[in-house]
Design a protein around this ligand. Structure first.
Ligand code: GLV
Ligand code: MN
Ligand code: MN
Length: 418
């Protein structure tokens, strides 16, 4: 076996910081500089162009598929063998830090740069992947690019998704110049490995540097629209009101009660978006729209939670006759176990390099969960600081921890590609 790759942690860190300058904004809540680079915005397009420049500078052959997924291929000594894929996403939520997704893409780039430095060729090709709209915050479905590439969702479905302003993903791909020619359905790679920050407190609490990810939990997103009746705030008797805002508030409280009941295992529930119209102090809301994000490591508990929430929604008009309740599914995935073999490779690589590891299931959604449907897949988690806070500008992993994750990524990818 060749000597372990020397990762250039300063180069990795500088690349993370440089990419984070695209879409940077001053976050009022934290007083920190955050990143807002949502999928297929001008900022995302600028980030994509920078990434492609870096991939080409590293000697990779770049292709873009019909979903705007970006691939950089480093040829192997046996180019006909199925490649090893590694990557993540560079789109962000509107209150992001520098690491979510970007560590996986720029970490994969650093693996390639380090292979170039050492002048070695792997047997199998290595492909660096950056998936489109992983966050799902602009077009409403998460892990979208990878889900279409893996064949779970159709290209037509994805292209027709619209953002809050009514712009479709297909049109935004065209506008930004990222509607590629390459067919989106991915030929199953030999394996897929993704390095990502943990985005939670487990590794910090267990005082371990890296995580070997056992799988991803089930995710359920829906948009609920409530139709009430606009009415005068001062004159309309309570019994004559159909208050969409009140119904929305009941849903917020209900999902929290479901979590606290303990009846649904380790359910997590979030109402992240809530809006009422007309949004005036003197008018009873005639309309409310909210999103419910449920997560659960157990598929059965997830189904029970969805069923009981749906039953609750049906009861809402009982206290406000005339209330209309509509739901629309945005995203839904089951729990996904990762490859035991690749988990072992990750754990062994970490041990050889002297890093402590914990095994844990991912709380967040990742592209790896989609690619796992077509090839053996696993993930490496990098410890986060400040309780592992993420989707927040305070998100932070140290340069040493980022380099540790990428060293293990490099060792794992090399083993898989040899
Ligand atoms: C995707 O990043 C998610 O877990 O929300
Ligand atoms: Mn992510
Ligand atoms: Mn995220």
């Amino acid at each position: 076996m060749t000597k372990e790759l020397t990762i250039n942690s300063e180069r990795l860190w500088n690349s993370l910081q440089e990419l984070a300058r695209i879409g940077a904004y001053e976050d009022r809540a934290t007083g920190l500089t955050g990143v807002n680079r949502q999928s297929l915005t001008d900022e995302d397009a600028e980030g994509r162009r920078l990434l492609i420049d870096w991939l080409r500078d590293a000697g990779l052959a770049v292709t873009v598929d019909q979903m705007g997924n970006i691939f950089g291929r480093r040829e192997g000594s046996e180019p006909d063998l199925d490649p090893v894929y590694t990557g993540s996403h560079i789109d962000t939520v509107s209150t992001a830090g520098a690491f979510d997704g970007c560590l996986g893409v720029l970490g994969a780039l650093e693996v390639v740069r380090s292979l170039n430095d050492r002048g070695s060729t792997t047997r199998r090709p290595i492909v660096v992947a950056a998936w489109t709209e992983e966050e799902g915050v602009r077009f409403g479905t998460d892990m979208l690019g990878s889900a279409v590439a893996a064949g779970r969702l159709s290209l037509d479905y994805a292209h027709a998704l619209a953002d809050a302003a009514g712009k479709t993903l297909g049109d935004e791909l065209e506008r930004t110049g990222f509607k590629g020619e390459h067919p989106v359905l991915l030929d199953p790679p030999h394996a897929y490995v993704e390095c990502h920050i943990e985005q939670g407190p487990v590794l910090l609490r267990e005082d371990t540097q890296l995580g070997v990810v056992t799988g991803g939990q089930a995710i359920s997103w829906q948009r609920i629209t409530l139709g009430g009746r606009a009415a005068h705030a001062g004159t309309t008797p309570t019994e004559l009101r159909i208050d969409a805002g009140l119904a929305a508030a009941r849903i917020v409280v209900k999902v929290r009660e479901m979590v606290d009941s303990g009846d649904y295992g380790r359910l997590r529930a979030t109402v992240g978006h809530i809006a009422t119209s007309p949004g005036l102090p003197s008018v009873v809301p005639d309309r409310a729209e909210l999103t419910v994000d449920l997560r659960n490591p157990d598929d059965g508990c997830m189904v029970a939670a969805e069923r009981d929430l749906a039953a609750f929604l049906e009861t809402l008009p009982e206290s406000q006759p005339g209330l209309a309740v509509e739901t629309r599914r945005m995203a839904r995935t089951n729990q996904v176990p990762f490859s035991g073999e690749i988990q072992n490779l990750i754990a062994t690589s970490a041990e050889e390099l002297g890093y402590s590891t914990s095994h844990l299931m991912s709380g967040a959604g990742h592209d790896a969960q989609e690619i796992a449907a077509i090839t053996p897949t696993a993930m490496i988690f990098v410890r986060g600081q400040y309780d592992g806070v993420s989707h927040n500008p305070r998100e932070y992993s140290t340069p040493e921890d980022c380099a540790a994750g990428v060293r293990v990524l490099a060792a794992t990818v090399e083993k898989l590609a040899s």
